[in-house]
Structure formats: C-alpha cells, structure tokens
Write a protein that binds this ligand. Structure first.
Ligand SMILES: Cc1ncc(COP(=O)(O)O)c(C=O)c1O
Length: 416
C-alpha cells in the first residue's frame, strides 16, 4: 500500500514490484531537475558504503573543527530564545558588522554590502536566481566546480559555455573569454570563477583576475568570484579579491573555520547597486529565510579568533600536499597539476583511462581509496584528489593506497 508517511520511498517500492503508479512517473518530474547532473558526492557516498575500510581523498573537507573557544561560547547559548527564532534575512547585525570589517581589512573590499547565507552553495543559488533567467547563457571554466554547474542547470540556465584553462597552469583563458563575450549574442549574463579553484587547486593571479573583471565590465556581464578557499594559499602566493558594480564575491565558513556542518557563507556585493539587495532578499526569504542563528553566533566567535587561526591550520596541509604529490609520481609530473591553493590536486590519467569513473570504482574496491572523477567537473580522464580531510598519519596511509593503486593501474591495468 502507498503510505503517505513515506511518500518518497513507498512508490519506489511499488515500482520495484512492477506496480507503476502515476505519482512516481518519471515524466511528471521537472525538466529542470531531470536535466541536472546527479551530485557526484552522493555517488561517492554510495561507493564508500560498498567498501569495508575505505580511506577518502574524495570529499572537499578539512580535518579540523571550529575554534574551541568559539564552540565553548555557543554551548552556553542554546537556551537563549533568540537562537530558536528567525533572524533578519540578511544576517544578524553583529555578524554583518564583523564581516564588513573583515572584508575591508583582509579582502580590501571597501564598498561592499553583505548577506549571510546557509553556505556558499546557497549563496550561489541565490545569485543565479537573482541574476539569471531561464534560457540565459553563462560562462564557466574547465575544470569547473560541479555544484555551480548544477545550480545553473537546475534553474533553467542550460546554455553553459565552458571555457578552457591554460594547458600548463589551468588559469582561465582570458583571450577566449574576451572573444566569447563579444561574439555571443545575447551577451552571457554571468561569468564565474573559483579562486583558488575547486577541483583544480589552482589560483587566479591578481593581474588575470583584474583582466577578467575588466572584460566582464566592458561586455556588461556579471562576474561571480567564489572565494571559499581564500586562506588556502601555499608557497607564498597571495589570494586577492576584485570589487566593482558588476562583481559579486562569495565566501564560506565551511573550510576556513571547520564549520562545514554549520552551513554558513556570505555574499559581498556593491553597496551602490540599486535594487540588488531587495531582489536578493526575495530569494533568501524563500529558501532559508535566514541562516541558522546559532551558526551565525558561532561565526562571530570564530572571527574573533581571526585569520591567523585558519592560516596556522592551513600551514599543516603543506605536508599533506607533499604526501599526495609523492603518491602521484607514477603518473609523471606533467600530469599532476594544481595544489597552489585550496585542498586539491588535479591529475590526468593516461589516455586509455578516459572512463575515469571506472578507475575510481576500481581504486575504491581493489585498493580501498576513494577520489573524485573528473567528469563531474567536465573533464573525463581526470581525477580530483583532496588533501584536506585527513591528518598526516592517515594521509600517509591513504596516499600509500593511492600510490600502489596507480602503480598497478599503469603496469597491469584494472586487474581483478
Ligand atoms: C568552490 C566551492 N564553493 C562552495 C562550496 C560549498 O561551500 P559551503 O559549504 O559554504 O556551501 C565548496 C565546497 O566544497 C567549494 O569547494
């Protein structure tokens, strides 16, 4: 019998028995949802569930928790009635004040207003719904961040132009962008870049970021920059932001302060933009209403610890990156890229392994190590390796599995 208590599972059960009921029929689902890629992380979680002792170099997470002082302080707050109530859509005033200060002092964004969101992904969906109409075209660069691609797909923005990265550095190709924005009619609505990148771990140097910004401004096109990994920079490289009336910056507390499960991010947009805030708030009010209040309070305390707290932890990831790099040596240096920023290395497999999802499954089942297939980012034949989620000892063990797996793959193929 169909059980209204379990509306999503019961029809599937009936379908499995060959009882097709209209409620579950495929063609009644929206074309937007059907046309959206399956989230790669849910596929990876399914794969992990098939294994007995998997080690994950897959999900983009960090191994630390939020600052202890900050956690201690929020522990005291749970009985405060304001925690259980709604807050302002844009975020609680104390947090917004603290963020404006941080944006001014650290990111040199002096003319920005801020909206707090339930994570950077929700921030991005807010922006797509605010800036784009179904049928618009938009621009991303390969390899792209899969959730941003899906945010476009699920809102009907299906004309997604994917530009190339430089073959050596993977930097977004600004010449291609300039040509594409001038030749594509109507002009694409939004260009988006991630700095430093997911899945590549490459950063966008300041002169290139400025050039991309100018190309977008001259073409009359929005630029969304995702700065989720702003503090995750290595080898003395510096992350920078650009500001302007056509630019929106997205940030996240997830990786920086180890707050993935607290779901907190924010949008910085030009304070001079008329109407932008009131349109953005319509979307916000219909999705989270406001970001979780206790998460916002935790964020205030986390910001009190400051950027130094984060960069201290990021320094510890340099060793992890080295361990992963060593494990990838069998593939040859020329096939291993990225890792100047964020928590990712990006590798190209030999041409015969273009179906890299097969390799991912094989590595998982035979060698107990899990990585992300490149096709999720528009690049079959590639893998994304995350070096943020494990502490050094575990990272060594996972990397050893990866190295053994790659050596076997190269010498003997995907033997059973
Ligand atoms: C580039 C990028 N943007 C956004 C997100 C999502 O961040 P949040 O947890 O704040 O939604 C991630 C997480 O992996 C990311 O890598």
């Amino acid at each position: 019998m169909y059980d209204p208590m379990f509306p999503s599972t019961t029809p599937r059960f009936l379908i499995a028995l060959g009882v097709w009921i209209e409620m579950g029929s495929f063609e009644k689902l929206s074309r937007r949802a059907l046309g959206t890629d399956t989230p790669v992380m849910t596929e990876i979680r399914k794969l992990m569930a098939e294994l007995t002792n998997p080690m994950s170099l897959a999900q983009g997470v960090v191994h630390w928790q939020p600052p202890q002082n900050a956690l201690e302080k929020v522990k005291e707050l749970v009985w405060d009635p304001t925690i259980s109530s709604y807050g302002p859509d844009e975020g609680i005033p104390e947090l917004r004040q603290a963020l404006l200060k941080k944006l001014r002092e650290e990111n040199k964004l002096t003319k920005s207003a801020v909206m707090v969101t339930a994570g950077a992904n929700q921030a991005f969906v807010n922006l797509v719904l605010t800036l784009c109409d179904a049928g618009d075209s938009v621009v991303m660069f390969e390899p792209y961040y899969f959730n941003a691609y899906m945010a476009f797909q699920m809102t009907g923005v299906t004309n997604i132009l994917v530009g190339p990265g430089h073959p050596e550095t993977l930097y977004p190709d600004a010449d291609w962008l300039e040509r594409t924005l001038s030749e594509t009619k109507p002009t694409p609505k939004v260009v988006t870049v991630v700095n430093p990148g997911n899945p590549s771990g490459t950063y966008v140097p300041e002169p290139l970021l400025k050039r991309i910004s100018e190309i977008c401004r001259d073409a009359g096109c929005w630029l969304i920059v995702d700065n989720t990994y702003e503090y995750f920079m290595y080898d003395g490289l510096k992350h920078s932001c650009v500001e302007g009336d056509h630019i929106v910056n997205v940030f996240s507390f997830s990786k920086t302060y180890g707050m993935m499960g607290w779901r907190l991010g924010y949008i910085a947009y030009s304070e001079r933009l008329e109407g932008f805030a009131s349109e953005l708030v319509k979307i916000q009010d219909n999705i989270p209403i406001c970001a979780s209040i206790i998460s916002q309070r935790l964020a205030i305390y986390a910001l009190e610890e400051g950027a130094g707290w984060v960069t201290e932890r990021v320094k510890g990831l340099v060793k992890n990156r080295e361990i992963v790099r060593e494990a990838l040596e069998p593939l040859g240096k020329e096939n291993v890229k990225g890792g100047e920023g964020a928590i990712y290395m990006w590798v190209k497999l030999p041409d015969e392994f273009r179906d890299e999802f097969k390799v991912v499954r094989w590595l998982a089942h035979r060698h107990g190590v899990v990585v992300i297939p490149g096709r999720a980012s528009g690049s079959p034949g590639h893998l994304r390796i995350s070096f943020g989620g494990l502490q050094e000892d575990e990272m060594r063990a996972a990397a050893e599995r990866l190295r053994k797996g790659l050596e076997e793959l190269l010498h003997s193929g995907m033997v059973e």
